[in-house]
Design a binder for this molecule. Structure first.
Ligand code: ADP
Length: 231
């Protein structure tokens, strides 16, 4: 019970801090968005409209993430839709691939013939997967450039659930880290926020699912997300 009270205090604090920094981050984002739109005709002229499109899309995603943090205090209704889990994963892998390449790590997504459907807020679930992939890349990066980093993603149906598995061969975690992984503000990184997994945990719980973690120090980490399967 004490643990839960502690966690709730921290979540309340998270809400307040998010609210106060949100404006500070949103203002420059709004300025960047405006100037990119002004530049758009020039980019189009150079045949680079795709860049403008990606920048705008990513700014909007950053804004969505800020809203998501703000929702820690007052949650808004999620935008639910029935989607094929593999399509969602493909999009996320595509988004992460350039960064993965820069870190010298390879992301593989196992192909699946039969579609598996879940009813989710796609933006929220994408954010969860991105958080986990980002952490995996950090854990791989810490092993240095000679390490051949691998992130493997696959999905399967297990009774009434869809399971998303994300495995990395990064530095792994010891018991102390594993025990605090989902605590708001828990981070082992110099510039970490320690928010990624606490927010991800809440999102998955809100979807009626669960996140499991297995990790071996020096070997790697295995995240399993379960979500209800829609027939
Ligand atoms: P942040 O990434 O800002 O530190 P997170 O909540 O996403 O916040 O993660 C909390 C901590 O969990 C990280 O600082 C890291 O120590 C640990 N962690 C998460 N994922 C992994 C992973 N795949 N491999 C090793 N450690 C991890």
């Amino acid at each position: 019970i004490e643990e839960t009270a502690y966690q709730n205090d921290k979540l309340a604090m998270l809400g307040k801090i998010s609210a106060s920094i949100a404006h500070e981050i949103r203002n420059p984002l709004t300025a960047i968005r405006g100037f990119i739109q002004l530049l758009r005709p020039h980019l189009l002229h150079m045949g680079k409209d795709e860049y403008a499109r990606i920048i705008l899309m990513e700014i909007d995603r950053a804004n969505d993430i800020i809203s998501e943090f703000l929702n820690s205090s007052k949650p808004s209704a999620p935008q639910m839709s029935v989607i094929n889990v593999s399509s969602l994963l493909k999009e996320v892998v595509l988004l992460s691939e350039s960064e993965a390449l820069m870190n010298g790590c390879q992301i593989t997504l196992q192909d699946r013939e039969a579609p598996l459907y879940i009813s989710v807020d796609s933006k929220q679930i994408k954010q969860v997967i991105l958080n986990i992939i980002k952490n995996a890349m950090d854990a791989i990066e810490d092993l240095g450039h000679n390490h051949a980093g691998m992130i493997h993603i696959h999905v399967e149906q297990v009774s009434t659930n869809v399971e998303i598995h994300i495995c990395d061969n990064g530095k792994g975690m010891d018991h102390d880290i594993l025990a605090r992984l989902f605590d708001p503000f828990f981070t082992t990184k110099k510039t970490g926020t320690g928010l990624g997994l606490s927010v991800s945990y809440r999102i998955i719980k809100n979807h009626g699912g669960f996140i499991y973690v297995n990790s071996d120090l020096g070997e790697g980490t295995h995240f399993k997300i379960t979500l209800p399967h829609i027939k």
